[in-house]
Write a protein that binds this ligand. Structure first.
Ligand SMILES: Cc1cc2nc3c(=O)[nH]c(=O)nc-3n(C[C@H](O)[C@H](O)[C@H](O)COP(=O)(O)O)c2cc1C
Ligand code: SF4
Ligand code: SF4
Length: 276
């Protein structure tokens, strides 16, 4: 049985969790291919029997980058999927949204997991010695209990399917829609985020530490950054993934003045390198 872990990660949290999951599954003799959606065409997913999809939560929803990808996934007849997301504190409808999209294409939900991680939206605005940053740096990421349990569940389901059980019989009940009050909170949350995003997107700029290495140009998932006449410029289709600001080796990318001399996050082990 071919199993794919497919993920998107802006700043390294989801990448870290996906790698952790890959290792845990290997302990249960479930061998997986681990690939970023940035390097894998949606059509190629057809070659896998089971897909495990991971993503960060943006504004209580999946990232637009992932949504557009899922729109291009082929329609299938009863293929099993597991979903996991990483978030700071509010998942909103993120899992439900992805589930709904995939269910309409014939995918069957077999399990989910939601993992709390440091907030990639907040970290580049934080002082290096702030409590939030110290907490993110000092946390032990070597034992993620929820993922241990998730891996165990995935291995069990795959074992049952291998023993002849139908995917239909292993189907997980659709994640419950959040209650009305939380739903209203979600709408308000998303609205405030959209307002903030609208304000923040035009505020990206590059200071004089930039050495024009073009790393940001190569790593931006939305191809929103270009080097024109020896100067870095930002377009209008940013996903707000926060990768460029955190990955620039000279810490030259800023959002207004709020990120100047502030912290930069390279994932839980400090080693996140996108697209490698
Ligand atoms: C634009 C943006 C919006 C975010 N919105 C939320 C949110 O609504 N709820 C939440 O709990 N975390 C939110 N976060 C935090 C991320 O979901 C979290 O840090 C995630 O682990 C980042 O994963 P990554 O490093 O793989 O990109 C947001 C982050 C960004 C950049
Ligand atoms: S990654 Fe940083 S130093 Fe390199 S081109 Fe972009 S802004 Fe300049
Ligand atoms: S410009 Fe920066 S924040 Fe926006 S999508 Fe590209 S890498 Fe992400």
């Amino acid at each position: 049985m071919r199993v794919l872990i497919l993920y998107f990660s802006g700043t390294g949290n989801t990448n870290y969790v996906a790698r952790y999951l890959e290792k845990k599954l290997a302990c249960f003799s479930v061998i997986t291919d681990l690939i970023s959606i940035e390097k894998f065409s949606p059509k190629e997913c057809i070659d896998y029997d089971i897909m495990i999809i991971g993503f960060p939560v943006y504004a209580g929803a999946p990232p637009d980058f992932l949504r557009h990808y899922l729109d291009k996934l082929p329609t299938v007849y009863k293929k099993g999927i597991f979903l996991f997301c990483t978030r700071a504190m509010f998942t909103g409808q993120a899992i439900n949204d992805v589930h709904k999209k995939l269910e309409n294409k014939g995918y069957i939900l077999l399990g989910i997991s939601i993992i709390a991680m440091p907030g990639s939206d907040a970290l580049p605005f934080m002082k290096r010695n702030s409590r939030y940053v110290r907490k993110a740096l000092n946390r032990d990421y070597s034992n993620i209990k929820k993922i241990n349990k998730f891996a165990h569940g995935i291995a069990f389901v795959i074992g049952e399917i291998n023993r002849g059980k139908s995917i239909d019989s292993m189907r997980m009940r659709a994640p419950q829609r959040i209650p009305l009050i939380s739903n209203l909170l979600q709408l308000l949350w998303a609205y405030l985020y959209k307002l903030a995003e609208k304000k923040i997107k035009p505020m990206f700029w590059v200071d004089d530490k930039c050495v024009q290495c073009k790393l940001c140009v190569e790593q931006c998932p939305s191809k929103n950054i270009s080097l024109i006449n020896n100067a870095i410029s930002f377009g209008t289709h940013c996903y707000m993934c926060m990768r460029c600001i955190n990955q620039c080796p000279k810490e030259a990318i800023q959002i207004g003045k709020g990120t100047v001399n502030k912290f930069r996050w390279k994932g839980p082990n400090g080693k996140f390198k996108p697209n490698i």
